[in-house]
Design a protein around this ligand. Sequence first.
Ligand code: HEC
Length: 159
Amino acid sequence: MSFLKLVSRFVLLSTLLFALQACGGDDSDQRSAQTETEEPGLTEFELEHGIGPITERIEVDDEIDQELVTQGRNIYEMKCEMCHNMEGRMVGPELGNVMERRSAEFVMNFILNPSGMTNNHPVGQELLQEYMTSMPFQNVKEDEARAIVEFLRDYNQNN
Ligand code: HEC
């Protein structure tokens, strides 16, 4: 292979790698916003309910909102099911019983800010160590994360 060809191949490869990395960095803005707080310790709220855009308790009715459940199920099937099982671990932890372990706010913050959680929250750090894969931000909006919580609550109550 000529030297010129070799060089052009190298350039092509580096560009590709760079583009790939850029694709994976969807939530990097969010992450730097999250990690740049000067505060080393977490607030009590953060410890209990996670780090991310959800910074106060949300309203959760005892009664399940079936419309939200359907919306949540659709998003779950598209964006979560490839890594999570309802029963038993897969790439990530079992989610059928997650509402027994965590608050709605915690689950929403995990969905909305997974890297912030695994970098800065003790529970997230532990999970990352155990599962050895970083959960990616899946471009889920806040109201969609809320719908997923409703789907998980419904599953938990009926299974
Ligand atoms: C590429 C695989 C992958 C995808 C896609 C993914 N997750 Fe995760 N998830 C993980 C892994 C791995 C962990 C454990 C933490 C870590 O290592 O980042 C995790 C952790 C979690 C946790 C914390 C569980 C606990 O016990 O506290 C929740 C909640 C969660 N994921 C929900 C979701 C939801 C909802 C979606 C879809 C919007 C989703 N995940 C998409 C891999 C994934």
